[in-house]
Design a protein around this ligand. Structure first.
Ligand code: XUL
Ligand code: CO
Length: 444
């Protein structure tokens, strides 16, 4: 079967405004609308994830594929299949009007019979991608190497007990980083697929961390050698597939980068569902990354409050997203990063057109959230209260403490001589949450 694959969608998806009842239109995502001095398109830099949307047929641990994905039909020559899959993907990107996509090397090209053949396949498919990108204007937000699917990576890639596996992973990353560079990728992502452990009884944790640090240095050195000016991003995740992943959350990765002297070279790709798995709100992870100067990009999806695994739903909560966008805007916005829909359809969403509904909903949720966040920031509703709350730190006492001019003894003398009695002040949390709700409902 060949393109067109999405015959139910004949026109590109257009912005029709919040009042539209056309299910195949954007109600909030208006790419050229200027928000806080920047086009919506440039704030959000939406991206489709090749793996979930084009390389997955709906299989899960309990059952076979369910989704109508003719480009994945088995029996075909793997390279012919890869080309057909790419045609389907770009037809979708064009019709959706999305600016970017993201891939793993093994999503766009099959693994060959040897490493050499895998590289040849990858380069051939990168040529095909370059043609599609040229024709459509769709850019590459990031590339990444799949270092977790093949059995050779069962005990990890960089953190494998066998240096032969480390070398294989390094070779695979070299090839994928160069392809990402050739395709003008804005970032290169490393998600530690199986960089973690199942049991300490067979694991040398210290050694594995040193291996991971070395691996990252090799990637950074190579990035400079080839002149790739995109960002290298680590994607934190606390567990799944391994019981304990080393890149647990933003704080853990920050400490790791400091320990291995990589803070100036690597930033973070924050995934919403990974944040919630780590027991954090997405906006906490964003704020922690901003505070450390590490905000890179976002994998936009949603978890499920009652399911403790990576369910990768398309985002639907404007309120949750608004809190994340608010922290992103406070941090100055995304630069090389974007919003990649690392999100899966539900297994019963069989039709090809469900892929459109999922992305339209996700893009509208994030766009609506951007408007909410930008208005809350412009109105200063939280910033004024925050400045007021911390104002003491701008006074003589606060400045003296932070400058290191006051010892414990000094502070003891200060409190006892003045007989101070600081009084608690309301944090007004409920009032502030009501304000968020108001913006969510009033923004236009
Ligand atoms: C896995 C995950 C990956 C990375 C890329 O949970 O999020 O898809 O985004 O390897
Ligand atoms: Co992800």
């Amino acid at each position: 079967m060949s393109a067109p694959f999405f015959t139910d969608v004949t026109e590109p998806i257009a912005y029709e405004g919040a009042g539209s009842d056309n299910p195949l239109a954007f109600r909030w995502y208006d790419p050229d609308r200027v928000v806080a001095g920047r086009r919506m398109h440039d704030h959000l830099r939406f991206s489709v994830a090749y793996w979930h949307s084009f390389n997955w047929n709906g299989f899960d641990v309990f059952g076979d594929g369910t989704l109508d994905r003719p480009w994945l039909e088995s029996g075909a020559d793997p390279m012919a299949q890869a080309r057909t899959k790419m045609a389907a993907a770009f037809e979708f990107f064009d019709k959706l009007g999305v600016g970017f996509f993201c891939f793993h090397d093994r999503d766009i090209a099959p693994e060959g019979a040897s490493f050499k053949q895998s590289c040849a396949f990858l380069h051939e498919m990168a040529d095909a991608a370059a043609e599609h990108m040229e024709r459509s204007g769709v850019g590459l937000l990031w590339g990444t190497a799949n270092l977790f699917f093949h059995p050779r990576y069962a005990a990890g890639a960089a953190t494998n007990p066998d240096p032969e596996v480390f070398a294989y992973a390094a070779a695979q990353v070299r090839a994928c980083l160069e392809v990402t560079h050739r395709l003008g990728g804005a970032n290169y992502v490393l998600w530690g697929g199986r960089e973690g452990y199942e049991t300490l009884l067979n694991t040398d944790l210290q050694r594995e961390l040193d291996q991971l640090g070395r691996f990252l240095h090799l990637v950074v050195e190579h990035k400079h050698r080839i002149g790739f000016d995109g960002a290298i991003l680590i994607e934190p995740k606390p567990f799944e597939p391994t019981k304990h992943q080393y890149d647990f959350d933003v704080a853990a990765v920050h400490a790791f980068l400091q320990r291995y002297d990589l803070v100036d070279e690597v930033k973070l790709n924050i995934e919403v569902n990974h944040a919630t798995l780590a027991g954090h709100d997405f906006h906490h992870e964003v704020a922690a990354a901003v505070a450390a100067g590490l905000l890179g990009s976002v994998d936009a999806n949603a978890g499920d409050d009652r399911l403790g695994w990576d369910v990768d739903r398309f985002p639907v909560s404007v309120e949750q997203m608004s809190l994340g966008l608010y922290e992103i805007l406070r941090g100055g916005g995304l630069t090389t990063g974007g919003f990649n829909f690392d999100a899966k359809l539900r297994r019963q969403s069989l039709h090809r057109s469900d892929l459109f509904h999922a992305h339209i909903g996700g893009m509208d949720t994030v766009a609506h959230a951007l408007l909410v966040a930008a208005e809350m920031l412009a109105d200063g509703v939280f910033e004024r209260g925050r400045a007021q709350r911390y104002r003491g730190w701008d006074g003589e006492l606060g400045r003296g403490i932070l400058a290191g001019d006051r010892s414990l003894q000094d502070l003891h003398a200060y409190v006892s001589s003045r007989d101070t009695s600081p009084q608690p002040v309301s944090g007004r949390q409920e009032a502030l949450e009501n304000l968020v709700a108001r913006y969510v409902h009033q923004v236009r």
